[in-house]
Design a protein around this ligand. Structure first.
Ligand SMILES: NC(=O)C1=CN([C@@H]2O[C@H](COP(=O)(O)OP(=O)(O)OC[C@H]3O[C@@H](n4cnc5c(N)ncnc54)[C@H](OP(=O)(O)O)[C@@H]3O)[C@@H](O)[C@H]2O)C=CC1
Ligand SMILES: O=C([O-])C1=[NH+]CCC1
Length: 331
């Protein structure tokens, strides 16, 4: 009889944390996707507008991996008003060779949170200046906290400003992060000032209206936009595309429809087939997506990929099995 492994959120939290190992796992997922060999269908997404909700189903098969994940990931952004987190869900692992069900990861969105923050760290590792130390975080929810924590793992972060439309929540996030990360984190009500003084800007909201304006951006900045992962979400003024020197999508076919690129295409600040020249200001290394000039403005558009979900789910299962976590049932 086939055996099914069941892992709970607390077991998965013990198995996987936001650290160098998780970042390496997600960096490998980016590399696998870039190899062109990953099978990753478009995201299946269902909007439940009445309740400010969406459900995203993501998956990918990675050659060489014994298993693939299918993730069911709700995002209901009014949930915090009733004391629930915005994102939740689970991941399921299947055998790549036979398609047989192997494991159910009842993570309540935890693994998505970690893999998304790790993706922000990978973006900064390759696209932010090596001496980047000042951060602006736009938003004060779950990802705002994790994105800053992730940046601290890859850059010598000294200070951060959290901007939030709700000042009390922004102040709480800043206080919490100051205490947990040991860097100076303050709340800033002036977003223009916070963006203009930062080396790295991360946008982490489901806003449908641009929050960051093109004329606030400065030479040498890196921007990661990770909140806008649906067609209606839009955190950056589409004019930003006219000033950035390097644009990196997590998957272009997704960002064209769901990310910031989508809005730039509609506004005409980017065109179909658009490619920011690698040498707009200075010559950048051909082999990788790393930044070589301290003057470049770089933009990473993260919409979240199924390959990241397969990577983090297989990693979590492997870590959990190493300590005999979870229960096995015959099915
Ligand atoms: N790219 C990817 O791979 C992933 C993307 N996401 C996306 O990231 C975003 C944030 O997720 P998460 O942190 O879990 O969500 P949370 O609900 O925990 O936090 C959202 C934050 O955004 C703020 N916000 C909401 N609407 C607006 C608005 N119109 N203008 C300004 N601020 C706003 C909220 O403020 P307030 O408290 O006032 O409501 C809150 O501070 C979502 O869009 C989600 O879909 C999430 C996971 C993966
Ligand atoms: O899978 C995902 O990336 C998300 N699901 C809900 C919000 C974001």
């Amino acid at each position: 009889m086939p055996t099914l492994k069941i892992l709970t959120e607390s077991e998965l939290r013990q198995a996987v944390q936001l650290n160098a190992d998780a970042i390496e796992c997600i960096e490998s997922a980016f590399a696998a996707l870039a190899s062109g060999e990953v099978v990753m269908p478009p995201i299946l997404s269902m909007a439940i507008e009445e309740f400010n909700g969406e459900v995203d189903v993501k998956t990918a098969y990675v050659p060489g991996f014994e298993s693939f994940a299918i993730k069911m990931s709700p995002g209901f952004f009014d949930n915090p008003k009733v004391g629930l987190p915005s994102t939740s869900g689970l991941m399921v692992l299947f055998a790549a060779r036979t398609g047989m069900l192997e494991a159910v990861l009842l993570d309540n969105g935890y693994l998505t949170d970690i893999r998304t923050a790790a993706a922000g760290a990978v973006a900064a590792r390759y696209l932010a200046r090596s001496d980047a130390e000042r951060v602006c975080i736009v938003g004060a929810g779950r990802q705002s906290r994790l994105q800053l924590e992730a940046l601290c793992l890859v850059r010598p972060i000294q200070s951060a400003v959290v901007w939030a439309r709700n000042h009390d929540r922004g102040k709480s996030a800043a206080l919490e992060l100051s205490e947990s990360l040991g860097v100076s984190v303050t709340f800033g009500s002036d977003l223009k000032k916070a963006v203009s003084s930062a080396d790295i800007v991360v946008t982490t909201t489901p806003s449908a209206d641009p929050l960051v304006m093109a004329d606030w951006l400065c030479a040498g900045q890196h921007i990661t936009s990770m909140g806008s992962d649906q067609a209606h979400k839009n955190e950056l003024d589409p004019g930003c595309f006219a000033v950035v020197d390097r644009y990196v999508p997590d998957r272009r076919s997704q960002t064209e429809k769901l990310g910031e690129l989508h809005h730039a295409l509609e506004a005409g600040t980017a065109s179909v087939g658009f490619n920011i020249p690698r040498t707009r200001r200075h010559c950048c290394r051909q082999s990788g997506e790393s930044v070589e000039s301290d003057e470049e403005i770089t933009l990473c558009d993260l919409t979240g990929t199924g390959v990241q979900d397969t990577a983090i789910a297989t990693f979590a299962r492997m870590r959990a099995e190493a300590v005999s976590a979870g229960i096995d049932i015959e099915v």
